[in-house]
Design a protein around this ligand. Structure first.
Ligand code: ASP
Length: 574
C-alpha cells in the first residue's frame, strides 16, 4: 500500500497512530543530518521529520521528488496555524524516494510567464491554486449534471467528426483517409445534432460538449472550449428561459452558496442598446446612457446637430482635465471621433466648461433633466454614427464603473437579453447574416418581412449575460422546412447550396419535427466568472496559447510523408 492517509487529513486526534503518506517534496529543510520535509499532495501538506537513519537519502533530495514516509503521528509542540494539518507531524520510521526529481525548469510558485506555464503545464497544475481551479470546474460540472438530470434532461453525446455546423466561425477540418479528397469538420457546436435529437423524440437533451472554432484568439477565447449545451421540445421562449435560469440559480447556489434572485431581469435588445449602448449590459451598476439627439438637434454646434446619435452619461463626480483627456483618448481608441464634456454647476441648473457654450439655457436644462445629472457632476457626450456612439460610450461606461468602484466585484448580475434582430448586415459580404445562427425562429408576426425587409425581423433569440459578459445564447428554432428555406433565401443561399450543406436537417424536418429550442452556456467562462477570473485558460487543464499552439506538446506539428500519402494529401510549397 502506498499510503494510509492523504496529506490533508491527519489531525491531533491521530496522535500515536502509525501512518504512511506519500506525495511531493514541497519543501525541505536540513538541520545537520535531520530533514524537515513538507509532503504535498492534492489534499494538503503534512510536515514530516526524517531522522539521521535516512540522511543518505535526504541530503541530496530535490524539491518535487516523490517520496513515501511511514511513521508515527506526533503532536507538534508549536502548531503551524497556516496548515490544516499544522497540529501534527509524522516522524519517519521508513523513508523511500519513489521517484527523484531533476532540478525543475520552473519555480512552480513563482510568477511565471503564460508561455512557460503552458510549456510546463503539468508542473503549473501542481500548484494548490490550480488544483483548486480544476476542482471548482469539476464541482460546477457535477452540479450542472445533477440539476439537469433532475429536470428530466438526458445527457447524449454527439459526434466529433461531423458535417460542417455553421456558427459563424471557421471550421477545423479532418481529412478522410478512406475517402480521399473529403473532409470531416470538427463541430463548432452540436447545434444540428441536438436539433435532430429533438426530431428523434429525445425531448430534453444536454451535453457538456466540446466545441471547436478556428478563429482568431482573444483573451477569453480558445480554439476548443466546452458548452453546457441544452435543447428542449414543445417549448416556447419563456419555457427555455425559465429552465435556463433555474439551472443557473441552482448551480450558483451549490457552488457559491449565493441565491440569484429569480426570475432574472429580461431586457430587450433595443432597450439594452438604448440604455447601455451594447447587448451585454453590466447591471452591477447604473450609469445609464441618455439619448439627447433630439435636444441638441438645433444647436449651432455642428458636431452635435449633424450627428446621427448624441448620447451622454453622467459621471457621479466632477472630472479633472487630465481625466477628461484620458477618457477622450479611450473613446477615440473605441471608434468615436471624440468625447465632449460639460460640468453641472452647484446650482444644479447650469452647465459650464467644455461644450456648454454651444448649448442654449433651454438645452442645458433639458440635458440635466433627461440625464438626471446632479450638481457638481461631469456629463460626457459622444456624437457620432449610431454604432460608434454606442460602442464608445458602452466601453466608457464599463471603464468608469470599474475605475470609480461603482460595484462590488463579487456581485453576480445576470440578465436575459431578448428580442434580437434575426439578421445583421455584413459590410464585408454585403449581405444579411444571422445575428445568432440560421436555425433561429423569427417572431411569427415578422415572418412576412423575411423577403421584403430582413432587417426588421425580430428573432426568438436570447443571450444570458453576467456582469457584462455573454454567458449563453440560444433560440427557439425553425422546425419547419418552409421557414428554413425562406431564411436561407434571405441570406442568398440557394436551394442547391442548402441541400449540400444541411440537406440532412431539412429532410429531417419533413418527417415530423416538434417545435423546439435551447441554449448553450459557455462552461469555461461560467466557471471562470464564478471565481472572478477573466482568463478562461485558468480553468482549462491544457489550453492553447494565443497563437492556437500548445507549447507543451508542440501541436500543431508536421506529420510524416506516409501519413500525408495515406490521406491523399500533398502540402503546398509556401
Ligand atoms: N449553438 C449555439 C451556440 O453555440 C447555442 C444555441 O443556440 O443553443 O452559440
Amino acid at each position: 500500500m502506498h499510503r494510509t492517509h492523504n496529506c490533508g487529513e491527519l489531525r491531533a486526534k491521530d496522535e500515536g497512530t502509525t501512518v504512511t503518506i506519500a506525495g511531493w517534496t514541497h519543501a525541505i529543510r536540513l538541520h545537520g543530518r535531520i530533514a524537515f520535509i513538507d509532503v504535498r499532495d492534492r489534499y494538503g501538506i503534512t510536515q514530516a521529520t526524517v531522522g539521521e537513519d535516512f540522511a543518505d537519502l535526504t541530503k541530496d533530495l530535490k524539491r518535487e521528488s516523490v517520496i513515501k514516509i511511514t511513521g508515527v503521528v506526533k503532536k507538534k509542540p508549536q502548531p503551524n496555524p497556516r496548515l490544516a494539518t499544522g497540529e501534527i507531524e509524522v516522524v519517519a520510521e521508513k523513508f523511500e524516494v519513489l521517484n527523484p526529481a531533476q532540478p525543475l525548469p520552473i519555480e512552480i510558485e513563482a510568477e511565471n510567464s503564460d508561455e512557460i506555464r503552458l510549456k510546463y503545464r503539468y508542473l503549473d497544475l501542481r500548484r494548490p491554486a490550480m488544483q483548486h481551479k480544476l476542482a471548482m470546474r469539476d464541482n460546477v460540472a457535477a452540479s450542472v449534471r445533477k440539476h439537469l438530470r433532475a429536470m428530466g434532461f438526458l445527457e447524449i453525446e454527439t459526434p466529433l467528426l461531423v458535417k460542417s455546423t455553421p456558427e459563424g466561425a471557421r471550421d477545423y477540418v479532418v481529412p478522410s483517409r478512406i475517402h480521399h479528397g473529403t473532409f470531416y469538420a470538427l463541430p463548432q457546436s452540436p447545434q444540428l445534432y441536438k436539433q435532430l435529437l429533438m426530431v428523434s423524440g429525445c425531448d430534453r437533451y444536454f451535453q457538456l460538449a466540446k466545441c471547436l472554432r478556428d478563429e482568431d484568439l482573444r483573451m477569453d477565447r480558445q480554439p476548443e472550449f466546452t458548452q453546457i449545451d441544452v435543447e428542449m421540445s414543445f417549448v416556447e421562449q419563456d419555457d427555455v428561459l425559465s429552465a435556463g435560469e433555474r439551472l443557473v440559480h441552482n448551480v450558483v447556489k451549490d457552488v457559491k452558496s449565493v441565491d440569484v434572485p429569480l426570475p432574472l431581469r429580461r431586457i430587450s435588445y433595443e432597450e439594452s442598446m438604448d440604455r447601455y449602448g451594447c447587448d451585454k449590459p453590466d447591471l452591477r451598476f447604473g450609469l445609464e446612457l441618455t439619448d439627447v439627439t433630439y435636444i441638441v438637434k438645433s444647436s449651432d454646434f455642428k458636431i452635435f446637430s449633424e450627428a446621427q446619435l448624441v448620447k451622454c452619461l453622467v459621471v457621479p463626480k466632477l472630472l479633472g482635465r487630465k481625466e477628461i483627456d484620458r477618457y477622450t483618448e479611450f473613446a477615440k481608441a473605441n471608434k468615436a471621433k471624440g468625447l465632449a464634456y460639460v460640468n453641472v454647476l452647484a446650482d444644479g441648473k447650469t452647465l459650464d466648461g467644455g461644450v456648454a457654450k454651444f448649448l442654449t439655457p433651454d438645452m442645458q436644462a433639458s440635458i440635466i433633466e433627461a440625464s438626471g445629472a446632479k450638481p457638481e457632476q461631469t456629463i460626457l457626450f459622444v456624437a457620432d454614427a449610431k454604432k460608434a456612439c454606442n460602442e464608445a460610450l458602452s466601453k466608457l461606461r464599463n471603464l468608469l464603473g470599474k475605475e470609480l468602484s461603482l460595484y462590488d466585484p463579487k456581485a453576480l448580475a445576470f440578465c436575459w437579453v431578448v428580442d434580437f434582430p434575426l439578421f445583421e448586415w455584413d459590410d464585408d459580404t454585403q449581405d444579411w447574416t444571422p445575428a445568432h445562427h440560421m436555425f433561429t425562429m423569427p417572431r411569427p408576426e415578422h415572418l412576412q418581412y423575411l423577403r421584403t425587409e430582413p432587417g426588421k425581423v425580430v428573432a426568438q433569440c436570447y443571450d444570458l449575460v453576467l456582469n457584462g459578459v455573454e454567458m449563453a445564447s440560444g433560440s427557439i428554432r425553425v422546425h419547419r422546412q418552409d421557414i428554413q428555406r425562406e431564411i436561407m433565401t434571405a441570406m442568398n443561399i440557394s436551394e442547391e447550396q442548402a441541400k449540400v450543406k444541411f440537406g440532412f436537417l431539412l429532410e429531417a424536418f419533413t418527417y415530423g419535427a416538434p417545435p423546439h429550442g435551447g441554449f448553450a452556456i459557455g462552461f469555461d467562462r461560467f466557471v471562470a466568472m464564478l471565481e472572478q477570473e477573466a482568463d478562461i485558460r485558468e480553468f482549462i487543464a491544457f489550453p492553447k496559447n494565443k497563437s492556437a499552439e500548445c507549447p507543451m506538446d508542440g501541436s500543431p506539428s508536421l506529420v510524416d510523408a506516409k501519413q500525408l500519402d495515406d490521406l491523399g494529401l500533398a502540402l503546398k510549397k509556401l
